[in-house]
Design a protein. Structure first.
Length: 431
């Protein structure tokens, strides 16, 4: 991204980071590009010749760690990074840290403390500590870990805090340096961007499944996220929608890491147009073109509401937010916007079918597999055109590829038992 194309928040943030040594707090609505806002200037201030960690970015969850690391890679600066998070062996991450020698580490508080306990990376050259979504990192579950983490980092390390919501926890905390230059783009921007239309949908029954189905039929192929407050509810609604024929991805913190990755990948590549999730998906996901946010369960707090709706209307796009209200429910008081009743018209519509399906390939980076290898294999063995192959995501030990749904069965038949780069592997659909 060129500097002249930055928005006001990004330009001001860049100026302050580049031209001062102040600790900085950035408050800006979701979807305004806060990750780029701090990465662009930091990349100019880091020394690529020093093969050591110069920036630690603390994030509340693995999805934001992975996404932020991917943003840095896409910037093409030559600076190296690693994403560190729970759910996999610390020893495996330590091997990656030794191999990559990252300039920037994106990590969750607990996992960063694990690495520091074991001395897995030096902090002698650390210059910046960035706390992304600091409101979440200061919640009760992270307080002790954050205190432990910040206390062991070199004093005087410059601190940069980012959030989409002002955190009440900042008033009483004793973790961060209290002296900050604050850039507040929330108070004047309003609670929710005016690019988002807010609607209420009334369910005549306490069980909202039938109303949800009718709403999704009305919305058609548009990308939608259905938010619920509990894992068990996510599983129940996901099962119902699958049985009704919808293309859905199920996403919550109780799933295995690979299941969560597959769910997000299916949703982002067009293999599913509906993501059914807890509030885990309300933070750290930057999937473009999400048109609709559906609150099946009312958000438990204003903060949850803001982050949910922030998944839609990214940058300059438009979006919709639907509250499904049961017979005894009403719109929360914190919804400070023009709200319209939404009437679901004729529902003699067919269930929308996603255009893509996701192919799992049981080989990845550790097998020296590249995107070029996958495209060449699928064109030669599966008789696909390069233009038909969608997004490719290569993990360490496996890969995902988006394939047109109309050709998926043929692709599975033609790849069955085949070798890729001379290695026999598994080809199957991600369901």
């Amino acid at each position: 991204m060129h500097l002249e194309s930055l928005n006001e928040m990004q330009q001001t943030t860049s100026d302050v980071i580049l031209n001062t040594d102040d600790n900085l707090m950035i408050l800006s609505p979701t979807g305004t590009g806060k990750t780029l806002a701090y990465l662009l200037p930091l990349c100019q201030r880091l020394d690529p010749e020093i093969n050591a960690v110069q920036v630690i970015v603390v994030v509340p969850g693995r999805e934001l760690a992975l996404q932020s690391s991917a943003v840095l890679k896409d910037m093409g600066t030559g600076l190296r990074s690693c994403a560190c998070y729970g759910g996999r062996a610390t020893m495996d991450e330590h091997r990656v840290l030794r191999q990559v020698q990252p300039h920037i580490i994106f990590g969750t508080p607990g996992r960063l403390n694990d690495h520091l306990d074991k001395g897995n990376f030096p902090i002698d050259n650390l210059e910046y500590i960035v706390i992304d979504e600091f409101d979440k990192c200061l919640e009760m579950g992270f307080q002790v870990e954050m205190q432990n983490l910040i206390s062991r980092l070199p004093q005087g390390t410059r601190q940069i805090l980012l959030s989409a919501t002002p955190a009440e926890e900042m008033k009483d905390q004793r973790i961060f340096n209290p002296r900050f230059t604050t850039l507040n783009y929330i108070s004047n921007a309003g609670q929710i961007p005016n690019r988002v239309e807010i609607y209420t949908v009334h369910s005549p029954e306490k069980d909202k499944l039938t109303t949800l189905r009718k709403l999704l039929l009305h919305l058609g192929e548009a990308q939608s996220i259905v938010f619920l407050n509990y894992r068990e509810s996510v599983e129940r609604v996901s099962k119902y929608l699958q049985e009704e024929g919808f293309g859905i991805s199920c996403f919550h913190g109780g799933l295995e890491q690979r299941q969560r990755e597959a769910a997000l990948y299916k949703f982002s590549n067009g293999s599913a147009n509906i993501l059914v999730s807890t509030d885990l998906a309300s933070r750290g996901l930057d999937i473009p073109n999400i048109a609709n946010i559906i609150h099946y369960h009312l958000p438990e707090a204003e903060e949850n509401y803001i982050h949910r709706v922030g998944r839609s209307a990214r940058w300059d796009a438009k979006g919709n937010s639907f509250f499904i209200l049961g017979p005894e429910e009403s719109l929360p008081d914190y919804v400070n916007a023009d709200v319209s009743p939404f009437v679901i018209l004729d529902n003699n519509r067919t269930v929308p079918v996603p255009k893509m399906s996701t192919l799992y390939i049981g080989k990845g980076k550790k097998d020296k597999l590249s995107k070029g290898d996958i495209v060449g294999f699928l064109c030669k063995r599966a008789r696909l055109q390069g233009s038909e192959i969608g997004h490719i995501d290569i993990k360490d030990y496996y890969s995902y590829v988006a394939i047109p749904k109309t050709k998926f069965k043929e692709v599975l038949n033609l790849t069955n038992g085949q070798k890729i780069k001379g290695i026999k592997t598994i080809f199957e659909e991600v369901r």
